[in-house]
Ligand binder design. Structure first.
Ligand code: NAD
Ligand code: ZN
Length: 666
């Protein structure tokens, strides 16, 4: 029994962590917020009943975001908490009761809009903006100061009578208007559209080029002052002081004396929110008195003095016109419900994703059914049910297609997946185009100026069918394309030429071998010097490489077994594309670590694991993957676990922290 519960808890944690990663790091959630919150609630309840399975790293304790490797990591001097959620007035009444139990004097609340964006903590010293950090996991976040400085309504210099040093926290968001503008431009450029303003705001903050961030025209609202000493008695006063110092605070915030006033505020904004120039996903309630806030304190994840009230997703009924199928760039098939247009949460909805065959079956969807459509967490609308009473007796059940709508090939379904695929990866049009778009992308061959729209046109004109064809293109062939001018055509040709200098590992990533991502490509290049060596490797040999399992190995072997791929590689080589390891990849900086073996464990904060392993190699050392007598040094980050214990037990291994490792290589 308890084993089952433990398994369930672990499975929920795993699932939630994956959703957190999709949401916070990739900015691409795959489920609605409500679904996420229900899963989280299930886990919370189980953990509460079974404290023996408590874990400090559980998604019920840790805020879901993390830090990226792109920006410096900064520890928060004051932890950034999450908010507890409620969905109805009963939840709110319970919360009020709990507060009254602790505090036996009148309690006032500030009701604010819950802006749907990304949270930020900004440090001001002597009136100047000195540092801006994302919430990250609540303990540490990404330092994105230069990006935040591009946001026009965030003051870099304060006015009036401000404290010497404090943090101002708030939300960075994107107005609906600016979001639409960005998407319109992306559409013109043939780029994928962004999903919603929240993800776009959060993604924009993590861009590396501040100039690009500026172009996104982000907005801010600041809602919390944090400091060792606080120059006021209430949250309300602080908000207004912050306004005097130059911050944008919420115009809609309201002081409420009791639950009735709170309800009125919520009801008003539940309908009025669609007329706001930005998206909100609820209301935030905060105890106004700072003294009372201190008395109430915090739970493991959220303040007890604040509560979010999430609006329910709106639901409407409409008719299903037909189901069509999209073929993605990886061959994945997505069924789409085409709906009779209907107004939902302020926008006209015509289509809803059905995800896969199982979902269609679960809904029991029939042709021309009347369906309920919901916009949860303002993501892509979703069909949540069928009004069977309106179904006519002769209506047929939706039958899933058997063949690819783009190329006619019979679809396949992988055992452990719900999705159908078109296996014709070399000749199915969207897959062919997808592969070439991937090839030119920034992390692969980085061919600037060659957008997906141009690639689609070139493909339609039968000028290109695989990456090798890029190198045979001439300016004369490109010029006649839509909206192409002399200069842009030349830029494309120059970009293609320049890509011949891109190192082997990126080319290997770019040619699109299934399951070979950026990291795997790097690992392969470390172990195989040339494409020829890689081609000769058996699946067993490939499995010897760290992090490469049978699935990846088989996919690599399959790739090289296909004569069309071999031909493409030969052509790439003849054009001068890098298919061998360059000299500088093996650049040696010293032989300080000659003959020594290293292993990194735990959460590293001064460098990434990858760059650490690279440093070891550049200084003549060797990385190994397990703790054994052969290991000389174990470098431990935060929360090192079993590896550290094992190393201590062996007794001959030198244990270093990150700084000591850096000292070692000077
Ligand atoms: N769909 C998914 O896959 C997925 C995955 C992870 C999280 N989520 C969603 O994200 C949320 C996760 O919770 P969370 O911890 O990020 O926080 P949250 O969004 O529930 O609430 C906390 C955040 O609200 C923001 N906020 C906006 N206006 C505010 C105001 N006036 N005062 C204070 N804070 C304000 C702050 O950024 C704060 O960090 C949940 O709603 C969850 O459903 C969804
Ligand atoms: Zn196909």
């Amino acid at each position: 029994m308890s084993e089952n519960i433990q398994q369930k808890i672990e499975q929920l944690r795993k699932e939630l962590n994956q959703h957190n990663e999709n949401y916070y790091l990739m900015d691409e959630p795959s489920i609605s917020d409500l679904e996420f919150d229900l899963l989280l609630k299930e886990l919370q309840d189980l953990e509460a009943k079974h404290p023996e399975f408590h874990d400090d790293n559980s998604p019920t304790v840790r805020v879901g975001g993390g830090v990226t490797k792109i920006f410096p990591t900064v520890q928060h001097q004051f932890r950034m908490y999450s908010l507890d959620n409620s969905y109805d007035y009963d939840d709110l009444a319970d919360w009020e009761k709990r507060i009254i139990k602790t505090i036996d004097e009148p309690v006032e609340f500030v009701a604010e809009l819950k802006y749907d964006g990304a949270s930020i903590s900004i440090l001001y010293e002597n009136g100047k903006l000195v540092q801006a950090v994302t919430r990250g996991d609540g303990f540490q976040g990404d330092e994105i100061t230069s990006n935040v400085k591009t946001i026009s309504d965030i003051p870099v210099k304060l006015t009036g009578d401000f404290p010497e040093r404090f943090f101002m926290r708030g939300e960075i968001y994107l107005t609906r208007k600016n979001f639409d503008k960005i998407n319109k431009q992306r559409e013109e450029e043939g780029l994928d559209l962004f999903m919603n303003p929240r993800n776009t705001a959060s993604g924009s903050l993590k861009m590396q080029d501040s100039g690009e961030v500026r172009k996104r025209r982000l907005s801010s609202v600041l809602y919390q002052f944090v400091s060792q000493e606080v120059p006021a008695e209430s949250h309300w006063e602080l908000l207004h002081q912050a306004h005097d110092w130059g911050f944008t605070i919420s115009e809609q915030a309201k002081l409420c004396k009791n639950l009735d006033e709170i309800k009125e505020f919520i009801n008003f904004w539940d309908t009025e929110r669609h007329n706001l120039p930005f998206e909100i996903d609820g209301i935030v309630l905060k105890v106004n008195s700072l003294k009372q806030q201190r008395q109430l304190g915090y739970t493991a994840k959220s303040p007890r003095w604040a509560m979010a009230y999430k609006f329910k997703a709106e639901k409407v009924e409409t008719e299903l016109e037909k189901v069509t199928y999209q073929v993605g760039r990886t061959g994945a098939i997505t069924p789409v419900a085409n709906l009779k247009p209907v107004l939902l949460a302020g926008t006209t909805v015509k289509r809803a994703s059905l995800h896969n065959e199982d979902i269609i079956k679960k809904l029991g969807l029939h042709e021309h059914d009347f369906v309920y459509v919901e916009k949860g967490g303002e993501i892509i609308p979703k069909i949540v049910g069928v009004n069977e009473e309106k179904r006519t007796s002769d209506s047929k059940e939706i039958e899933y297609i058997k063949n690819c709508p783009e190329c006619g090939t019979e679809l396949i379904k992988l055992e452990d997946q719900a999705i159908h695929f078109c296996p014709n990866d070399l000749h199915c049009p969207p897959q062919v185009v997808g592969r070439m778009i991937h090839y030119v992308s920034r992390k692969a061959l980085n061919i600037d100026n060659l957008g997906s729209e141009t690639i689609e046109q070139l493909y339609k004109e039968r000028l290109i069918e695989n990456p090798a064809d890029f190198y045979a293109l001439t300016k004369e062939q490109i010029l006649p394309l839509d909206r192409m001018a002399e200069k842009s055509a030349q830029n494309i040709i120059d970009g293609i030429e320049k890509s011949k200098e891109i190192p082997f590992e990126k080319v290997l990533f770019g040619i699109g071998i299934k399951h070979v991502g950026e990291t795997v490509a790097k690992k392969l290049v470390k172990n195989f010097n040339t494409i020829e060596d890689l081609k000769k490797a058996t699946a067993e040999e490939l499995c010897q490489v760290e992090d490469i399992g049978m699935k990846i190995a088989v996919s690599i072997v399959d790739f090289f077994n296909n004569p069309e791929n071999i031909l493409m590689l030969e052509r790439l080589k003849s054009y001068g594309v890098q298919l061998e390891k360059g000299e500088n990849t093996n650049e040696v900086l010293s032989n300080a670590l000659e003959g020594k073996t290293f292993l990194f464990t735990g959460k590293l904060s001064l460098f990434t694991r990858e760059s650490a392993e690279e440093m070891v190699e550049k200084h003549g050392g060797k990385n190994i993957s397990a703790v054994s007598k052969n290991l000389n040094y174990l470098v431990v980050g935060e929360k090192a676990g079993s590896k550290l214990k094992k190393a201590q037990d062996i007794g001959t291994i030198t244990i270093l922290d990150e700084q000591e490792f850096l000292d070692l290589i000077g």
